[in-house]
Ligand binder design. Structure first.
Ligand code: K2U
Ligand code: ZN
Length: 173
């Protein structure tokens, strides 16, 4: 198990479409484990493969936040939203690839997602609340989309410039 480096925006790999998973290999299982370890270490409640530089359609999430509740680590391969509510929910989103920047994003409040699990079986589940926000945020990553793509151009440009400065400082460190 290892903690993987998380790419910081702007990075071309964060804007690319990830490729469908065609075979569940031991290598993929190790990647899923490493993505979960990396997510918990960040800490975060979701992580998409693009964010660790792998252009495969795999995401992990665990949005259980109540202390004392059992964690629910999930691994979704080739996830698809197959139904979405008309009703929208608003959430102050952040992103592990855009540290310390937040913006209000509106998304469907309830989504039904179909995916393949690590056993190769198809799964389908309805998500609401933070789980719905998170799974849509992660599927966006697999499509090369970031939460800042939903905000105005001026605020997006300001955030991008802040991240470019952060990357220059990290490179010097
Ligand atoms: O994909 C990521 O960058 C991890 C995101 C997932 C996420 C973003 C917005 C809303 C829900 C999930 C987060 O940085 S994980 C950090 C976090 C923790 C608690 C609540 C929201 C976000
Ligand atoms: Zn993100």
């Amino acid at each position: 198990m290892s903690i993987l480096p998380i790419l910081i925006h702007p990075d071309p790999r964060l804007k690319k479409m990830a490729e469908p998973v065609t075979e569940v290999t031991d290598k993929l299982r190790t990647l899923a484990d490493d993505m979960l370890e990396t997510m918990y270490d960040a800490p975060g409640i979701g992580l998409a493969a693009n964010q660790v530089g792998v252009l495969q359609r795999i995401l992990v999430m665990d949005c259980v936040k109540e202390e004392g509740e059992d964690p629910r680590p999930m691994v979704l391969l080739n996830p698809e939203v197959i139904a979405a509510s008309e009703e929208l929910g608003t959430y102050e989103e952040g992103c592990l690839s855009i540290p310390e920047q937040y913006a209000e994003v509106k998304r469907p409040a309830v989504v039904t997602v179909r995916w393949m699990d690590l056993d190769g079986a198809m799964q389908e589940e309805e998500f609401d609340g933070l789980w719905a926000t998170c799974v849509q945020h992660e599927i966006d990553h697999l499509d090369g989309k970031l939460f800042i793509d939903y905000i105005g151009p001026l605020k997006r440009q300001m955030i991008t410039r802040k991240m470019q400065k952060l990357k220059r400082e990290r490179a010097r460190a």
